[in-house]
Write a protein that binds this ligand. Structure first.
Ligand code: CA
Length: 223
């Protein structure tokens, strides 16, 4: 189980990391919101332990950004504040649980185990980019209310692009995520599928959403 700890107080972060490692977790630490968001997007974590008060981008902002882009990684909030509005805010934003500092490590561990046992039960949301809608649960996509007829691979490719909208995704990353294969420069499977996807997602519409970034990869965004 991999856990990302986003906590700006070095002693608290080191304490959490050590404790979690001793209990069989692989724990990474990010010292700020931006770094936390970056790491959460770079690799798959089973859980995020997210401090609310962080320099720069705070915990609320990290969580809402993750949820906005369809990332449903469970989040346990840590905060020094015990105000009810804060608690409600965290849960509304899609936090899975909430722990008020100071807490006993055993309490944290118990909460983490409960969240992980519960599993990713939440129904994945619908991703929206301009007039494009990608319903992850129903495996349906539409533009301007018009249903797009996509193959399973095309749907997977589109949901990857939509989940990470605004981010340029390399061909290597796309090949790994959609085809579960290591990119071999001899194959043009990514190009071929992007072209087919475009013919359905972009060609019939004036506004183009999928953009090629030469020498880098592809990005889906509402420019
Ligand atoms: Ca803090």
């Amino acid at each position: 189980m991999r856990v990302l700890i986003v906590e700006d107080e070095p002693k608290a972060a080191a304490y959490l990391r050590r404790g979690l490692s001793e209990h069989g977790f692989v724990a990474d630490v990010a010292a700020g919101g931006e770094e936390g968001l970056y790491l959460a997007r770079q690799s798959r974590y089973d859980l995020l332990v997210l401090d609310v008060m962080l320099p720069g981008r705070d915990g609320w902002s990290v969580l809402s950004e993750l949820r906005r882009t369809g990332d449903q990684t469970p989040v346990l909030f840590l905060t020094a504040r015990d105000a009810v509005p804060d608690r409600v805010k965290g849960l509304e934003l899609g936090a899975d649980d909430y722990l008020v500092k100071p807490f006993a490590f055993s309490e944290l561990l118990a909460r983490i185990r409960t969240i992980l046992r519960r599993g990713p039960a939440r129904r994945p949301e619908t991703l929206r980019v301009a007039d494009l809608e990608v319903d992850l649960a129903a495996h349906r996509a539409s533009r301007a209310g018009r249903r797009l007829d996509l193959t399973p691979k095309e749907f997977l490719l589109l949901s990857l692009l939509a989940r990470r909208a605004g981010e340029v995704l390399s061909r290597t990353l796309i090949a790994e995520q959609v085809w579960d294969m290591n990119f071999d420069s001899g194959t043009n499977v990514v190009e071929v599928h992007v072209r087919r996807l475009r013919s359905k997602v972009d060609d019939p519409f004036a506004r183009k959403l999928i953009r090629t970034v030469r020498g880098v990869g592809y990005v889906l965004e509402a420019e």
